[in-house]
Design a protein around this ligand. Structure first.
Ligand SMILES: [Zn+2]
Ligand SMILES: [Zn+2]
Length: 370
């Protein structure tokens, strides 16, 4: 499926030109793409990157990038907006140099940090999609004078460790509560929020009287803090710093350079694992019995599916469900479930976005079977 090898920008330009007439969207269905990829023995590099920049015409840039990437056999999911780009892709190993050449042809991508996934097998994507969106990170802001590209000072793990020892700094976790509950930096403020857009103004208000202090912000992979640090500067904070590449990159540098680890517990991630252990301590409790646990799970009743923390003992007693009601329901035949579902209310349907918070505050006892 891939043609000859490419080593110079000219060759790449030729290849792209030759494909110019091809469709800019994937028209093959997902199952076929999946099958095709499974038969495709090409080793792939899975990576992600993001960049806040000023993109005048996201639609045109999207089409241009799609052509270039498609020609290289790149797969993945990418979002583009006026404020920048957020990409998760897999690149055929033999085209990796060509990919870098293509990226370097754009000013905005020069010197960009590519987060290469270590254990990924490169089979996580089956198609290439690049979507134009309003924002790459939803923030609820509409002021045209707010510039997300005007970020705080970036810190690597070593600089972060050094600066965070200063008793005068304020460390802020810019993730949602369900993330910080199972892991966070020592002495960090962990706001009780369910969304980033809720958190931005809240943090600025919270730190209103600390404008002279050094503010250190962090999140999972860095993309939220780019914006959060810019927002703090926009709000008049002068000494704003952010952890470059987030907890993921921090952990990598700590391991690689043998630095002291200041992150406690688990880093919550949105894949099957729902978390990666960084510190050995367990800092959270089972939402059902209160015993120490930091294992997130989704309620095994698919019509509920609420996210919560459950220890092994409770998992066994309730068959992985958030309540007895869900456990009884999940034990019914699938057909019966489909029939009854529209008439039922579970924890996950009851609270919408606030579900996790409501469930946690009630100690996992919202929905007991009467
Ligand atoms: Zn428990
Ligand atoms: Zn449930």
């Amino acid at each position: 499926m891939l043609e000859k090898s490419i080593s110079t920008p000219q060759e790449l330009a030729e290849l792209v030109k030759g494909r110019r007439k091809k469709a800019l969207h994937n028209r093959v269905n997902r199952r076929e793409l999946k099958q095709r990829l499974q038969h495709d023995a090409l080793p792939r590099v899975t990576l992600s990157f993001y960049k806040y920049a000023h993109i005048a015409d996201p639609k045109a840039f999207r089409d241009e990038l799609y052509e270039g990437w498609d020609a290289l056999g790149i797969l993945g999911r990418t979002y583009m907006a006026h404020e920048g780009i957020n990409a998760q892709i897999s690149v055929p190993e033999e085209r990796f140099e060509a990919f870098k050449t293509l990226m370097n042809a754009y000013e905005m991508f020069r010197g960009i940090r590519l987060n290469i996934a270590v254990e990924a097998e490169g089979k996580s994507f089956f198609a290439l999609t690049i979507k134009v969106k309003d924002k790459i990170v939803a923030d609820g802001l509409s002021d045209p004078y707010f510039d997300p590209a005007n970020t705080g000072t970036h810190l690597d793990a070593e600089a972060w460790n050094r600066l965070s020892e200063d008793p005068d700094v304020v460390i802020v976790d810019m993730r949602n509560h369900y993330e910080s509950e199972v892991g966070h930096f020592e002495h960090a403020i962990t706001p009780d929020v369910a969304t980033f857009r809720e958190e931005l103004p809240l943090v600025a208000d919270l730190l209103e009287d600390k404008k002279d202090r050094k503010i250190l912000m962090y999140c999972t992979g860095g993309i939220r803090c780019e914006k959060a640090s810019a927002f703090m500067k926009y709000k008049g904070f002068e000494n704003v710093f952010q952890l470059e590449g987030g907890i993921i990159e921090y952990n990598r540098q700590v391991q690689q350079k043998g630095l002291e680890n200041k992150f406690l517990g688990k880093n919550f991630v949105f894949d099957e694992r729902l978390g990666e252990r960084i510190g050995l301590e367990i800092i959270a409790q089972c939402h059902q019995c209160g015993e120490p646990s930091d294992s997130h799970t989704n309620c095994a009743n698919l019509y509920c599916h609420i996210l919560f923390i459950q220890c092994d003992a409770c998992k066994e007693t309730l068959a992985g469900c958030c309540s007895e009601k869900c456990a009884e329901f999940a034990a019914l035949p699938a057909e019966k479930q489909r029939e009854l579902a529209p008439l039922m209310t579970f924890n996950g349907t009851q609270f919408g976005k606030g579900a996790y918070k409501a469930f946690r505050k009630a100690g996992g006892r919202l929905n007991k079977l009467e």
